[in-house]
Design a protein around this ligand. Structure first.
Ligand code: ZN
Length: 94
């Protein structure tokens, strides 16, 4: 009986947390993005973005990191979001 009510309350909290995704904040992750020409690895390690593609190393952002950020949205800490649109200097807006 107790187990069942405990599970119900956990599920209710999980639903509430999932409905407010800004409660989740990523610190580190790695994933692959299957691009049109190649598959690239995007990493986010303690707030530092990286991608294995050439474009990232030229501009410090790329379509792959931007796509990941669009998906993860508010779960990326606000000060570490690359943001769109970028200003003319290429500096990421907070
Ligand atoms: Zn890239």
């Amino acid at each position: 009986m107790h187990m069942a009510s405990s599970l119900i309350s956990k599920v209710a909290k999980a639903k509430m947390y999932a409905a407010e995704p800004e409660r989740l904040q990523f610190h580190s992750f790695a994933l692959t993005v299957r691009g049109d020409n190649d598959t690239h690895t995007v990493t986010f390690q303690e707030g530092v973005w990286d991608c294995t593609c050439k474009g990232f190393h030229e501009d410090h952002f790329c379509a792959h990191t931007m796509a990941v950020e669009r998906i993860l949205s508010v779960t990326i800490p606000q000060s570490l979001r690359q943001g769109e649109p970028f200003d003319a200097s290429g500096i990421h807006q907070v």
